[in-house]
Design a protein around this ligand. Structure first.
Ligand SMILES: Cc1ncc(COP(=O)(O)O)c(C=O)c1O
Length: 411
């Protein structure tokens, strides 16, 4: 039998799949990333199917559409080092966080901990409920832009039920010590909710090695998928014990005869004791869903998995090192932590004279089609550069040349 050889994709070859890079220097995957052509082609194939219904009948067509979810769950599971049964497809990070907030009930006197540099979206699903339900949200201060488990431990008490944590902070790219948070929350029986949207696709994250209760991420940043599809990982212990706030007919286990046969059975009742799935997809909408999102997310993830997350990580750190060195020698101030354990794909810097001057630099760079963002929380932030696997040394040089040119123009 002929040996089938799996093609290994390199970051350099993968760059060719991003036509959005041809007319600009794109360094903003932490905002909304570019789509690879492989994901656009997956969308085209789906569009053709929707235009023509190539199946024997529309029921088979619907079933095939729904199967797109499993392919996406498998690719996600591969990236997270877990099983597809632990993955639910959601609309966005916010949707995943809302599912958690509507499934976990807190009692009067309970509290949730969150770091002071977090993106506002983590706490928002809980904020309107806190006064009504009598729990509180405590903000744990950062130290020089870093969130440490020791500081969370100091603020935690016997009523702490949950920690909301971005594994990588959106403003300065600080990467938390997930293994320390994982250990602490496990010991104290605290629910750990991880927002991994600024990490997944760039830096490896293994939910078996660093367990958490829930992990959420939208697909449109470092996963290079379109907006409108994301993932929710649910730890098996929560999957089994938590009741989703909403149920839909596709959360029911498919009858042995298959759905098409079932729907064609004359005496099926509308109400019965249905057998709901125990898999994490019980937290999904449970009706027709975002099938275009499924196929594009699966294709974008397939690209990441075929390069290999370790190789992506190495590429990002190598380019990140170049960037940090070059920016530092250009005379700017680094905001992002530079120690290996706290690094990510995000490199934030400032000219050091306040946000207005940084904004001028941002506009100078944007005018030259060098794309990056300006972001802050709690006074921490600056100009945020996102280095991804599709970036190369020329992108880094273009940015640094742009910064040097802007500084020279001002002297
Ligand atoms: C850490 C973090 N979480 C959540 C979001 C928002 O995600 P979504 O639009 O998928 O809800 C962002 C967007 O910047 C973010 O940086």
């Amino acid at each position: 039998m002929a040996e089938s050889r799996q093609e290994v994709m390199t970051p350099t070859a993968a760059r060719e799949l991003f036509p959005g890079l041809r007319d600009k220097v794109f360094l903003d995957a932490a905002c909304v990333s570019l789509l690879p052509v492989s994901a656009a082609e997956a969308l085209d194939r789906l569009r053709d199917e929707m235009l023509s219904c190539p199946h024997r009948d529309a029921s088979a067509h619907h079933i095939a559409l729904d199967r797109t979810a499993q392919t996406a769950r498998e690719q996600i599971a591969c990236l997270l080092h877990t099983r597809p049964e632990n993955i639910a497809l959601v609309e966005s990070t916010t949707h995943g966080l809302q599912i958690v907030a509507s499934s976990v009930s807190l009692e009067e006197g309970d509290n949730i901990l969150i770091g002071s540099t977090e993106f506002m979206g983590l706490a928002i699903p809980w904020i309107p409920k806190q006064h009504r339900q009598g729990f509180s949200i405590k903000v744990v201060p950062h130290r020089e832009g870093r969130l440490s488990v020791d500081d969370f431990a100091r603020v935690a008490d016997s009523r702490t039920r949950m920690i909301l944590l971005s594994s990588v902070q959106w403003n300065n790219g600080f990467r938390a010590d997930l293994s320390a948070f994982s250990q602490f929350t496990e010991e104290k029986n605290i629910i750990l909710v991880v927002d991994a949207i600024q990490q997944l696709g760039a830096i490896d994250l293994d939910v078996e090695k660093t367990p958490c209760d829930f992990l959420v991420a939208g697909g449109h940043k470092w996963l290079n998928a379109p907006v409108g599809r994301g993932l929710l990982y649910v730890h098996p212990k929560r999957r089994d014990t938590l009741e989703p706030a909403h149920w839909g007919y596709l959360n029911v286990v498919e009858p042995e005869s298959g759905w098409a046969e079932y729907f064609a059975t004359p005496d099926i009742p509308p109400v019965r004791d249905y057998d709901f799935t125990g898999a994490a997809r019980r937290f999904e909408t449970g009706g027709t869903a975002n099938y275009p999102g499924n196929v594009a997310l699966a294709a974008s993830l397939q690209l990441i998995n075929s390069i290999g997350i370790q190789r992506i990580e190495q590429h990002i750190f190598r380019l990140g090192d170049r960037l940090v060195d070059a920016l530092t020698s250009a005379g700017v101030e680094m905001i992002s932590p530079t120690e290996a354990a706290a690094r990510s794909g995000i490199v934030t810097f400032t000219l050091g004279d306040g946000p207005e001057r940084d904004k001028q630099l941002l506009n100078f760079l944007l005018d030259r089609r060098i794309l990056l963002s300006q972001r802050y929380t709690a006074g921490v932030g600056g100009l945020r550069v996102s280095v991804h696997f599709f970036n190369n040394e020329d992108d880094i040089l273009a940015l640094v040349d742009g910064v040097r040119a802007a500084l020279k123009g001002r002297q």
